[in-house]
Design a protein around this ligand. Sequence first.
Ligand SMILES: [Fe+2]
Length: 289
Amino acid sequence: MKDEEIDRPGAMKIRQGIQDAMTYSLPDKKFNPKNIDLVEVDIELDDLSWNFNNFKILNLTDIHLGQWINPEYLDELIDYVATLNVDLITLTGDYFSYVIEGYEESLENSLKKLQAPYGKVGVLGNHDHWMSSEKIRKIFKNSGIVDLSNDVITIEKNGDYLNICGVDSCTVCADNLDKVIAKMPKNIPSVLLAHEPDFAKESSQTKLFDLQISGHSHGGQFIIPKVETTPFRGPNSTKYPVGLYKVGDMIQYTSKGLGTNSFRIRINCKPEVTIITLKTNKKQKIKIE
Ligand SMILES: [Fe+2]
């Protein structure tokens, strides 16, 4: 789908104005790991081989660079992420909000610094299409990120395999799950990156994915204490807005993301860096003599 064919939200000029005001008028622009929720979650997958037991996936999502998160903040955040030892880095969209000019080079330079033994992969979000999917894909290419928009890579570890799949943003109707399914080797544990969490309704029905990782909701930017869910649910994040869910046989994980959208405020809903540790559910066979 071409960028010109995408439906964009109204009042873009006002949105851009709000964004500029948010970014430049607020005092606490410095990154501090204490203000980040480093969420570590273990996810058990059916038939995951022992070779992938404890495989760590670090997910970053909804950076919304230029809206509250400025280039310096992002760079410091990436330096912090580089201290976390993981196997694979995934990115699940919305790198920008309503302005892209002046921020492209900063994003590219920061993303270039991300490194993991099994590489870095990403998909696009709705804002990326509203801004320019072409420009984001160029940033991906220049910073060594494998573009998993309706695509798949298969990771090999000591003779065992894991599919890392990605679907493009369903908000702008760029998703093409059939294309992913046609490309993916079958009977291999499979993780799907999908910007919008409610895409789980569709992906889970295929019974081909064990885990879907998403963002988009920002956790509603307000989480009710003790209940640990949010009343603020936007399009495509009404069902699975924050945290872990079981959708059919599939596990859905929705991150609270890093940036904010219309309002900077986050209540009981810190920006999130997620580390998902995959666990095998295979029983270890112990030979008794
Ligand atoms: Fe989004």
